[in-house]
Design a protein around this ligand. Structure first.
Ligand SMILES: [Zn+2]
Length: 153
C-alpha cells in the first residue's frame, strides 16, 4: 500500500480536465473516442472509467447540467476573441471590422464546439466527483455519497 503511494503522483487538475480524464482518478479517459472531431462518436462515454471503475454517468440525466458549463465556456471564448481582435485588429465606427469579428467568432465557436461539449462534461463531472488519492484501494462512490462522506470526515 505504501509502496503504491510513493510512485503515485497526483495528476494535475487542469491538465486532467483538458485531457477529459475521470475526476476520481484523473487517469482514465471518460470518452470512448480520443478524437473530438470524430463527430459520430465524439460524445460516446464508457459505462465506467477504464482505470478506477468510477461510474461515468453518475446518475440518470447527470449531464443535463452541462449546458450551463458550455454556455460559460462559450462566453469566455467570445470575450477572449473580442479582446484579442481589439488588441490586434481593432474596432472602428468607420469600417466593418466589428462584423468581421462577429463572423470570425461564430466560426470559431462552431469549430470549437466538439471540444467545448466534451470539456463541459468533464468539468461537470469534476463538480460532483472529487479526486480520490486512494482510488486503487477504495471501491467507487457516486458524487453524492462522496460529498456526504467528506462532510462527515
Ligand atoms: Zn477513474
Amino acid at each position: 500500500m505504501c509502496a503504491d503511494k510513493s510512485h503515485d503522483k497526483k495528476p494535475n487538475f487542469i491538465l486532467s480536465l483538458l485531457g477529459n480524464k475521470c475526476a476520481r482518478c484523473r487517469r482514465g479517459s471518460i470518452y470512448s473516442s480520443t478524437n473530438p472531431y470524430d463527430l459520430k462518436h465524439c460524445m460516446d462515454m464508457p459505462e465506467e472509467c477504464p482505470v478506477c471503475g468510477q461510474k461515468v454517468e453518475v446518475e440518470v440525466g447527470f449531464y443535463y447540467g452541462t449546458g450551463y458549463v458550455s454556455y460559460a465556456l462559450s462566453i469566455a471564448i467570445c470575450v477572449a476573441s473580442l479582446i484579442a481582435w481589439w488588441l490586434f485588429i481593432g474596432f472602428s465606427i468607420y469600417d466593418n471590422r466589428i462584423f468581421w469579428w462577429l463572423g470570425f467568432n461564430g466560426l470559431l465557436l462552431l469549430i470549437l464546439q466538439p471540444l467545448i461539449m466534451r470539456l463541459s462534461r468533464t468539468v461537470w463531472m469534476a463538480f460532483f466527483v472529487y479526486y480520490d488519492e486512494n482510488w486503487r484501494q477504495r471501491p467507487q462512490v457516486t458524487g453524492r455519497e462522496h460529498s456526504s462522506h467528506l462532510k462527515n470526515a
